[in-house]
Design a protein around this ligand. Structure first.
Ligand SMILES: O=C(CO)[C@H](O)COP(=O)(O)O
Length: 154
């Protein structure tokens, strides 16, 4: 299984985004990295995090990306924004167990990270681990996640 990964950040997450994007490009489990910005030295560097988080959520919803990694100061604003897109499940996760469960329990397609909260090497490890998990649609967790989708359809 290879993934098309959208990646994005605001100015508070730019350093990590660049490093994580490089890691993803070098990862054989990744077929494409879609960089949604912001970009260093570009006019868009101060775009607010909701624009990027929503764009990433839209990419997942449209199916142009399988998953997304988003970085801001805490990860929280990015998660809030991406979660506004119907069908998207985004979470901040700063430990291995939460990263694992975000996929295996919650079928999250979006992982968000806070550059001001965790060290770079931990962030890199978490993204590496995250790529190794795949949701099992036959697992007991599937019916629980489906309840969220049902609510969205109301
Ligand atoms: O962390 C952020 C949003 O969750 C963002 O990088 C900084 O937001 P601000 O504190 O509103 O500037």
């Amino acid at each position: 299984m290879t993934y098309r990964i959208a990646i994005g950040c605001d100015d508070a997450g730019l350093d990590y985004k660049e490093r994580l994007a490089a890691d993803l490009r070098a990862d054989p489990r990744v077929s494409e990295v879609i960089d949604l910005g912001v970009h260093r030295d570009a006019a868009d560097v101060h775009r607010p995090y909701p624009e990027i988080g929503l764009a990433a959520g839209e990419a997942v919803r449209a199916g142009t990306a399988d998953r997304a990694v988003l970085v801001c100061g805490t990860g929280i604003g990015m998660a809030l924004s991406a979660n506004k897109v119907p069908g998207v499940r985004a979470t901040t996760a700063h430990d291995s167990y939460s990263v694992e469960r975000s996929v295996l329990s919650n079928n999250c397609q979006v992982l968000t990270v806070g550059q001001r909260v965790v060290g770079l090497e931990l962030a890199r490890r978490l993204v590496r681990e995250w790529l190794g998990y795949e949701f099992d649609h036959r697992s007991p967790s599937a019916a629980k996640v489906e309840l969220i989708a049902e609510y969205e359809r109301c």
